[in-house]
Design a protein around this ligand. Structure first.
Ligand code: GTP
Ligand code: MG
Length: 139
């Protein structure tokens, strides 16, 4: 079954949205396989957003992601990569539809509550990045 990497970002944790976000994916029928609350290192944050390293907002993005604890999660379900992106909503607040997580809970582009992998390949890469340590000490 398809897997994806979802993460409640530091603003979502600080605002008390962990339960709300997890509930949306549980209610959808998806399975939560792994969860870890962690304050990301600069190295992990930079690797996570490596595709954006030339962008003018990269520094701000890494600073934000490392500003406090996040909830890193592996979820599983049919077509979960594409469907979870629909549930998350668009990046730009003006495009994020009401009913989506960002449409309901985010009002800025830079602090937008949740991350979701944008392809099956990204999901594999991000899951091995975020859960590398966990995998090595539980197996
Ligand atoms: P993620 O799930 O966090 O990867 O968001 P996304 O896939 O919807 O967007 P994308 O990967 O293109 O960008 C990653 C993050 O960078 C976004 O969630 C935004 O917070 C931020 N970002 C993207 N574009 C801009 C921009 O033009 N300006 C600023 N300030 N931030 C941006
Ligand atoms: Mg992205």
């Amino acid at each position: 079954m398809e897997k994806t990497f979802l993460m409640v970002k530091p603003d979502g944790v600080k605002r008390g949205l962990i339960g709300e976000i997890i509930s949306r994916f549980e209610n959808k029928g998806y399975t939560l396989n792994r969860l870890e609350m962690v304050t990301p290192s600069v190295e992990v944050a930079e690797a996570h957003y490596a595709e954006h390293k030339e962008k003018p907002f990269f520094g701000e993005l890494v600073e934000f992601l490392t500003s406090g604890p996040v909830v890193a999660m592996e979820w599983e379900g049919e077509d979960i990569v594409a469907v979870s992106r629909l549930m998350i909503g668009k990046t730009k607040p003006v495009d994020a539809q009401p009913g989506t997580i960002r449409g309901d809970f985010a009002s800025t582009m830079s602090q937008n509550v949740i991350h979701g992998s944008d392809s099956v390949d990204s999901a594999e890469r991000e899951l091995s990045l975020w859960f590398a340590e966990v995998a090595s000490h539980v197996s």
